[in-house]
Design a protein around this ligand. Structure first.
Ligand SMILES: NC(=O)c1ccc[n+]([C@@H]2O[C@H](COP(=O)([O-])OP(=O)(O)OC[C@H]3O[C@@H](n4cnc5c(N)ncnc54)[C@H](O)[C@@H]3O)[C@@H](O)[C@H]2O)c1
Length: 257
């Protein structure tokens, strides 16, 4: 058991499930007895994660989808709810942070198509999935939404480009707004702001940059996906039942605001 209560038997829809943080969140929920609906556009890693979760005794289904369009989110949601029933916990985890030769492009260099792609994946998908999952939560008068922001959405960080920072900041606004809209239905909405976490996402920049971040992080190291997963499970659990509209840094004391 995870130590977090109220997760056993709950249904979870998790985007970007096959990535570093997503996989840790999936395993964390599975360990706590929740039933998983996994969404990712990487079918190979998504199916492998589903199989690993099932092998560990969990209920898990995978829907392959590019979450940047509403139609694809709608298909994935329909596929997963037909297997699992309505969604109790939505984790908007998917996120991309494109770089060119390891560098964040500046405003005068940024191709509009790259900007649009980041907005679609990091921000629009969160709205699409919340739009699809919230009616069930409102109807059953209960639910949880966790949005994956970043410390780069709260403070200036030269490693990422403006599209990433802008979408992660926008998720903070969504978190507060949805918390206010959904509170009367006992649905909580919170956000996570990870610092530098060891996942495949970090490989887009040279190792020296990640080493430099570790040096200026209070705890002098990068985080692990499991450390982000623990905070996500907390927000989804009964222990956090009176916590809503909040964003928790899981950053080891990097970019403290
Ligand atoms: N790793 C970090 O240091 C860090 C720090 C702060 C915030 N975050 C955030 O945490 C979240 C997870 O990051 P991660 O490090 O696990 O990244 P990751 O690259 O390991 O995983 C991202 C996953 O999203 C999937 N994906 C990408 N585009 C998609 C699309 N259009 N449709 C469906 N799936 C898609 C990928 O296939 C991948 O499995 C992201 O929102 C990221 O911004 C990460």
């Amino acid at each position: 058991m995870s130590g977090f209560e109220g997760l056993s038997g709950k249904t979870v829809l998790l985007t970007g499930a096959a990535g570093g943080i997503g996989s840790a969140i999936a395993h964390g929920f599975a360990h706590a007895g929740a039933r998983l609906g996994l969404v990712d556009f990487d079918a190979g890693r998504g199916n492998a994660l589903r199989d690993a979760l099932r092998k560990a005794g969990a209920t898990a289904h995978f829907a392959q989808a590019d979450v940047s369009t509403f139609a694809a989110c709608e298909r994935a949601h329909a596929e997963l709810t037909s297997e699992l029933g309505g969604i109790d916990i939505l984790v908007n985890n998917v996120g991309i942070s494109p770089k060119t030769n390891g560098k964040a492009l500046r405003v005068w260099e940024m191709p509009p198509a790259e900007w649009d792609g980041v907005v679609a994946v990091n921000l629009n998908s969160a709205f699409y999935m919340a739009r699809l999952c919230a009616p069930h939560m409102v109807q059953q008068r209960g639910g949880r939404i966790v949005n994956m922001s970043s410390v780069a959405g709260k403070a200036y960080c030269d490693i990422v480009a403006a599209h990433y920072a802008a979408t992660k900041s926008a998720l903070l606004g969504l978190t507060r707004h949805w918390a206010a809209e959904l509170g009367e239905f006992d649905v909580t909405v919170n956000g996570l702001a990870p610092g530098r976490i060891s996942t495949p996402l970090l490989k887009s920049v040279p190792t020296e940059i990640n080493d430099a971040v570790a040096r200026v992080t209070a705890l002098r190291r990068l985080g692990t996906p499991e450390e982000v997963a623990d905070a996500c499970l907390f927000f989804a659990s009964d222990q956090a039942r009176f916590v809503t509209g909040q964003v928790l840094d899981v950053a080891g004391g990097w970019l403290m605001t």
